[in-house]
Design a protein around this ligand. Structure first.
Ligand code: FES
Length: 107
């Protein structure tokens, strides 16, 4: 299990146990976390899974994947250096304890 903390725009934290190999987006949907829509199911076609990786975790999640920058241009909320498509962050043991922040607007 990989623990992931989702911090909503109002500061509310939701902590869930995720399956290794799942993604930050899919885990949010599986656990009914508000703030992640994941409209395209992880095909990098929608940007409704936009999240901000906590600064303490940016090295471990690594850089954006090819194509993320283009898709993030469609994000409903501000894109920051920490912005990622959560469907592209695959959960491994190394990400146990990961913290991501959710944007105010997702669609
Ligand atoms: Fe559509 Fe991530 S779920 S881009």
């Amino acid at each position: 299990m990989v623990k992931v903390t989702y911090v909503a725009a109002d500061g509310t934290e939701t902590i869930v146990d995720a399956d290794e190999g799942s993604t930050v987006m899919q885990t949010a949907l599986d656990n009914s976390v508000d703030g992640i829509v994941g409209e395209c199911g992880g095909a990098m076609m929608c940007a409704t899974c936009h999240c901000y990786v906590d600064d303490a975790w940016s090295d471990k999640t690594g850089p954006r994947q090819d194509g993320e920058d283009d898709m993030l241009e469609c994000a409903a909320d501000a894109v920051k250096p920490s912005s990622r498509l959560s469907c592209q962050i695959k959960l491994t043991d190394a990400l146990d304890g990961l913290v991501v922040h959710l944007p105010q607007d997702q669609v």
